[in-house]
Design a protein around this ligand. Structure first.
Ligand code: FVH
Length: 296
């Protein structure tokens, strides 16, 4: 079958526009579609074509990249589509949604890869953009030239289609809770009239501890052994109680602190107060099976 385009991009929010721009920069014949077609104008000026519908774009391109608000929008947008065609879904969703969408795509005769973008839109097309892919390896290999133009650091995680979404959600958990924690800390700093520049410098220093902590937690959780050095679950529970008391004393909403307190208190109540922080993750986790998702 002869195809008119190397790649189609469905969805022209900030991320979809960046993906289509990277495809054009790499010299790929590109067709785009968006529910609100006006957003395509700058890309059409750069040489992209505009599809009359999302199924039309899918039918005419060697590979179609979808970057919509959520997976429900993907299903609605491609409700009338049918294969053969190749769909790579780069929006955000949890692992269960990725598995359900892979089944939905298979029923339509579409080859399907799920993906997760670990970068902001301005990084797309640069070495700073890491993009995870999961699903059948043959699909990833057949289209890797186009996919790597979005981010040369593209990582293929393996055939379990839910792996990319699984990693994305766990990493988004780090990002959203760390951002929320930082903003709550700024609320405490503001409420006490602290020097915000000095606070920012000191808070930035704390972030330097994270890489070592992440490695240590991974090691402890893998071994299922939690040395209580350098800090224990009980000491962290007490620290959270201090910050909560400080917030209440200042009349500040304690925000995420009571939820964190409950997690650490649960581990203490389970008899793990003298163990290391990673024990909290083990106390909260639920297990699907014994195979780590995304292990190559
Ligand atoms: N932007 C980023 O930095 C992050 C990086 C990590 C991954 N995310 C995910 O990428 C998806 C798209 O994100 P976005 O920032 O480009 O834009 P959104 O505002 O999330 O989505 C806008 C596009 O979705 C279209 N859309 C929304 N609802 C529908 C619908 N019911 N039917 C069809 N299309 C729909 C919207 O169309 P329009 O409003 O322009 O007509 C845009 O094309 C997302 O999953 C992020 O979590 C980006």
């Amino acid at each position: 079958m002869s195809l008119d385009f190397d790649v189609a991009v469905l969805g022209l929010g900030p991320m979809g526009r960046a993906l289509a721009g990277a495809a054009l920069d790499a010299g790929h014949a590109t067709v785009v579609w968006n529910r609100t077609p006006e957003k395509a104008r700058p890309l059409l000026n750069r040489g992209a074509a505009l599809a009359t519908s999302a199924p039309d774009a899918l039918r005419r391109a060697a590979v179609t990249v979808c970057c919509l608000l959520d997976y429900a929008a993907v299903h609605r947008t491609l409700d009338d589509a049918e294969g053969p065609a190749v769909l790579v879904n780069l929006g955000s969703a949890h692992a269960g949604a990725a598995r359900a969408t892979a089944e939905w795509a298979a029923a339509k005769g579409l080859d399907y890869l799920d993906g997760a973008i670990l970068a902001p839109a301005p990084a797309i097309g640069t070495p700073a953009a890491t993009i995870l892919y999961s699903g059948p390896e043959a699909i990833f290999q057949a289209h890797s030239t186009v996919l790597r133009c979005f981010g040369p650091q593209s990582v293929y995680l393996g055939p379990d289609v839910s792996a990319a979404a699984g990693f994305e959600m766990a990493l988004l958990d780090v990002f959203t809770t760390a951002t929320g924690g930082l903003l709550h800390a700024f609320a405490l700093a503001l409420s006490q009239g602290l020097d915000l520049q000095l606070f920012a410098r000191l808070a930035g220093g704390l972030s330097g501890l994270l890489p070592e902590m992440a490695q240590r937690y991974a090691r402890d959780l893998t071994a299922d052994v939690y040395p209580g050095e350098p800090s224990t679950v009980a000491s962290a529970a007490t620290a959270i109680a201090h910050v909560t008391a400080a917030a209440r004393d200042l009349g500040v909403d304690p925000g995420p602190l009571p939820a964190l307190q409950a997690l650490f208190d649960r581990a203490v109540a389970g008899g793990h107060g003298a163990e290391g922080y990673a024990r909290v993750a083990r106390a909260v986790a639920r297990f699907r099976d014994s195979t780590p998702t995304g292990s190559p």
